[in-house]
Design a protein around this ligand. Structure first.
Ligand code: COA
Length: 563
């Protein structure tokens, strides 16, 4: 078998080819050319495992919260950690899809803790998929910094788009006061979102484990259901010192904002819990009584047939050097049910693979970059395929490995702008849910056409091997250098080649660092960096959550397609 990286093109692998495994398989089962014994496979896998080890180390920082000292103090107070609260809330032995665990990664001056003092994710409570947020009181009292705010707003967006009931587990010092200028004004959106979720009929539930002061008081204040804990919850607009300053009144935490007062007197607490476990039990009972039904029934095909090939091999597909192409069908074959894939237009625009499959029973249209570059044919094919998915109400998965749209005289004259615009139009106005996974490169307008972050995919995940930027670091540094050289020539000034080489190296290094998935995840440009081997599971959880809301494609409503 020829090594993966040496395969020239992926021609002739459309429908009608012979099946790759088992004599009884339909012809639409993808064959494989991946050789787990080839040196290329071993090198790809080693590169991926090294990146995964780095990723694990960063995830461990998020898990450590505020560190040993604050975790120990929290426990001494008889309190559960944020993740323990979530675990007790969820149905036993059900998964939790944690989102944005690397939020705030790479933040500097001030540096905020990895994870941004909040845990968010999707989990099942009393059989209902819910969006759960939990502030982490071991990190600066659970106070919200600019990255916490971005993370919380993203969680609300996910709840809204997918109609997931929202459960907030609150214990927070409110706004991180030194960074108030970054959060006070945009932070109002948090409370706006709560009431908009409620107005859309999406249940909101707040469980208050400790402090929830000032603006934080509007979380229980604006949730549909509120649970408070005896001698623990503190919910007031201003604490005793502030009240003393404002009005001279002497008061204490309990009479101003304790659970008992809110349950008996103000009526803000709907449920009075004796301790944290009781509060979580009561939260589960609230969900049990929501009478919540998904808009789309679970797939009839359950249990779904697993892929024919080992998911473990997903770690050995992407080359360490992204300039080396790889066949995305090898990925598709390891994530879709029974590796069964009906390819659409396999002989046309072959640098983009399009086709139909199922993933854990859910129908799915897939667009995956093959050779990296998007030409006119690929763009037109993508636009047609996206329209078809909208006609049939089928969600779309975008598997990124693109350096962008083709440049050059021949392609400009051939209308690459019009055709790229057509694809971007289709992606922008498509109304079926989109999922994006950055496997390798995701550069330039190719990132947009493949449903990058700004195109509102319901979920976007990156593999540790991915890179995303306006263009590759070398190209970007080279363009800057050409522009600088031309500018010097225009002014009649000499050009310092030595300084240019130094500048190019520096720019390359900076762009490379800014293209890496941990950096981008830290800025909330994805919903998490995942192990390629978990892709099927993660996408399956997303697709299940997505089907809580109706899946309805756009029948019209696209902009003017420039032909
Ligand atoms: N902004 C910035 N830092 C905060 C903070 C906030 N809102 N709340 C707490 N912190 C910091 C503390 O300064 C402390 O830092 P340090 O360890 O470097 O000294 C750390 O977080 C832990 O706070 P601490 O007070 O020791 O924890 P606690 O568990 O005993 O109390 C609170 C937590 C939230 C009850 C308490 O810190 C508090 O009342 N904070 C202010 C609440 C407030 O009024 N917020 C305004 C909201 S708009």
């Amino acid at each position: 078998m020829r090594p993966l990286s040496a395969r020239p093109a992926f021609e002739g692998r459309g429908p009608g080819r012979s099946p790759g495994s088992g004599s009884g398989d339909p012809v639409t089962v993808l064959p494989t050319a991946l050789d787990p014994h080839a040196p290329e496979y071993a090198a790809n896998r080693a590169a991926m495992l090294a990146k995964l080890a780095d990723l694990d180390a960063e995830h461990a920082k998020a898990l450590a919260g505020g560190g040993e000292k604050y975790v120990a103090r929290h426990r001494e107070r008889g309190k559960l950690l944020a993740r323990e609260r979530i675990e007790l809330l969820l149905d036993p032995d059900t998964p939790f899809l944690e989102l944005s665990p690397l939020a705030a990664w790479g933040s500097a001056s001030p540096e905020y803790a990895v994870g941004a003092s909040m845990v968010t994710g999707i989990g099942v409570v009393e059989g209902v998929e819910c969006l759960i947020t939990a502030t982490d009181p071991t990190v600066r009292g659970g106070a919200s910094n600019p990255w916490t705010l971005k993370k919380a707003l993203r969680a609300n967006e996910i709840a809204y788009a997918n109609r997931l009931p929202c459960i907030s587990l609150v214990e927070s010092g409110g706004a991180d006061l030194p960074s108030q200028k970054e959060i006070f004004i945009p932070g109002g959106a948090l409370f706006r979102d709560l009431t908009r979720l409620s107005a859309a009929g999406i249940p909101t539930i707040a469980v208050v484990f400790g402090n929830s002061t000032a603006g934080g008081a509007y979380i229980p204040g604006m949730s549909d259901h509120t649970i408070m804990i005896k001698e623990r919850s503190k919910v007031f607009l201003g604490g005793p010192p502030l009240v003393k300053m404002a009005t001279g009144e002497e008061s204490d935490d309990e009479s101003l904002g304790g659970a008992e007062m809110h349950a008996r007197t103000s009526g803000l607490a709907d449920y009075f819990a004796l301790d944290e476990h009781d509060a979580l039990r009561q939260a589960r009972r609230v969900v049990a009584r929501l009478n919540w039904r998904k808009a789309q029934a679970d797939p009839a095909q359950a249990p779904a047939e697993p892929p024919k090939y080992d998911e473990e091999e997903l770690a050995g597909i992407v080359p360490g050097d992204l300039k080396v192409p790889f066949d995305p069908r090898e990925v598709i074959a390891r994530i879709v049910d029974a590796s069964d894939f009906d390819e659409f237009k396999p002989l046309y625009g072959s640098s983009l693979v399009t086709g139909w499959a199922r993933l854990l029973g859910h129908p799915l249209g897939i667009l995956a970059n093959a050779q990296g570059v998007l030409f006119s044919a690929e763009s037109q094919k993508a636009a047609q395929f996206i329209q078809l998915a909208n006609q049939r109400d089928i969600p779309l998965l975008f598997l990124h490995n693109t350096t962008g749209y083709m440049v050059g005289k021949e392609y400009e004259q051939g209308g690459i702008i019009k055709h790229g615009a057509m694809m971007i139009n289709a992606v922008s106005n498509s109304r079926v849910p989109h999922l994006s996974v950055l496997m390798g490169a995701s550069y330039g307008a190719g990132h947009y056409g493949m449903c990058g972050r700004a195109y509102d995919p319901r979920f976007l995940f990156a593999w540790p091997s991915s890179k995303s930027a306006v263009m590759g670091p070398q190209q970007l540094a080279g363009v800057l250098s050409i522009v600088a050289r031309a500018s010097a020539a225009a002014k009649g000034q000499p050009y310092d080649d030595e300084a240019d080489a130094g500048l190019r190296a520096m720019v390359e290094q900076q762009i490379e660092a800014e293209s890496l998935p941990m950096f981008l995840s830290g800025r909330l440009y994805d919903d998490g960096v995942i192990d390629p081997r978990d892709t099927r599971t993660v996408l399956g959880l997303c697709l299940s959550a997505i089907h809580t809301a109706p899946v309805e494609g756009a029948r019209g409503g696209f902009g003017v397609f420039r032909m």
